[in-house]
Design a protein around this ligand. Structure first.
Ligand SMILES: [Fe+2]
Ligand SMILES: [Fe+2]
Length: 283
């Protein structure tokens, strides 16, 4: 008879294994075909176009922040194997930013620098994005850069970056945006690039879960750093997942209800936090 594995037995890849996976899973943001997307974008109705533009703007801004606010973690590595994996994650994030910038260049906007695409994209986003990416992430990164040996600073950074931004906001956005576009057979090039990015993100989130479980396992007092970070950031995540011009509570977007989106976000987060050893209900 099959029984579900207990949390303690969940197998997580270590950084060396994740690095070997990275070597085998290379792709180029410039190899994804975008011709069909250009045609479909031209003919898309206003309602769809607005939602897709909002999603694209979120991704453009998020990947820029995530790329440029990461090097502190590379500098705070433990083993050489961890340093190697973290160096690959930095390349991945830059590659993701390049894909969204290319998509802006070739499908939705005129050619421009990444900075210009990012500043235009920022205009479409709610203040919650500023809270997550300009305040919480920037502060956590500055602290880690100044104190690379501070275990609390590293735990708080990885909680915010890997658990909250990548594991909660990122995975939820991917699930609903891709489900909607695939269901309506729209923007196949975007779906392909975004799916490759999602595959990379699984490695990143795997690292974050592994790191936090090791850290909290070694020093249980570090669980408080996980909790503090979640308390400070989760309300802004809920707001960032709400499209503009929607009410606070019940809304529909991309063929999903606000409740369905919230449930998806929380169930993934709570599964990973159980593995880490800091269950969500211990907040
Ligand atoms: Fe990314
Ligand atoms: Fe990532």
């Amino acid at each position: 008879m099959y029984t579900m594995p207990g949390v303690a037995e969940v197998h997580l890849h270590d950084p060396q294994t994740l690095y070997r996976h990275w070597e085998d899973e290379q792709w180029s943001p410039f190899d994804v075909a975008l011709e069909r997307d250009v045609e479909q974008w031209r003919d898309m109705g206003d309602e769809d176009r607005g939602l897709v533009l909002w999603a694209l703007s979120s991704l453009m801004v998020a990947e820029e922040r995530i790329t440029t606010k990461f090097s502190g973690l590379v500098g705070a590595h433990g083993t050489e194997e961890e340093a190697t994996f973290l160096a690959t994650q930095q390349v991945d994030e830059a590659r993701h930013m390049q894909f969204y910038a290319r998509y802006q260049d070739e499908v939705v906007a005129d050619r421009a620098t990444i900075a210009d695409h990012v500043s235009r994209a920022r205009e479409a986003l709610s203040p919650a994005f500023g809270t997550i990416f300009d305040e919480l992430l920037v502060n956590a990164h500055n602290r880690l850069t100044t104190e690379p040996a501070d275990a609390v600073a590293k735990v708080e950074f990885v909680t915010l970056y890997h658990m909250v931004i990548e594991g909660t906001l990122g995975l939820t956005a991917f699930n609903f945006i891709v489900r909607y576009l695939e269901g309506s057979r729209q923007l196949p090039g975007f779906v392909e690039g975004y799916s490759r990015i999602h595959h990379d993100e699984q490695r990143h989130i795997g690292y974050g879960t592994w790191f936090l479980r090791e850290a909290v396992g070694r020093d249980p007092a570090l669980a408080e750093g996980v909790r503090t970070t979640l308390r400070a950031s989760l309300p802004a995540v809920a707001e960032a997942l709400t499209p503009p011009d929607r009410g606070d509570t019940d809304w529909e977007a991309l063929g999903a209800s606000s409740e369905e989106i919230r449930d998806f976000a929380i169930s993934g987060l709570s599964r990973r936090l159980k593995i880490v050893g800091v269950p969500l209900d211990s907040l």
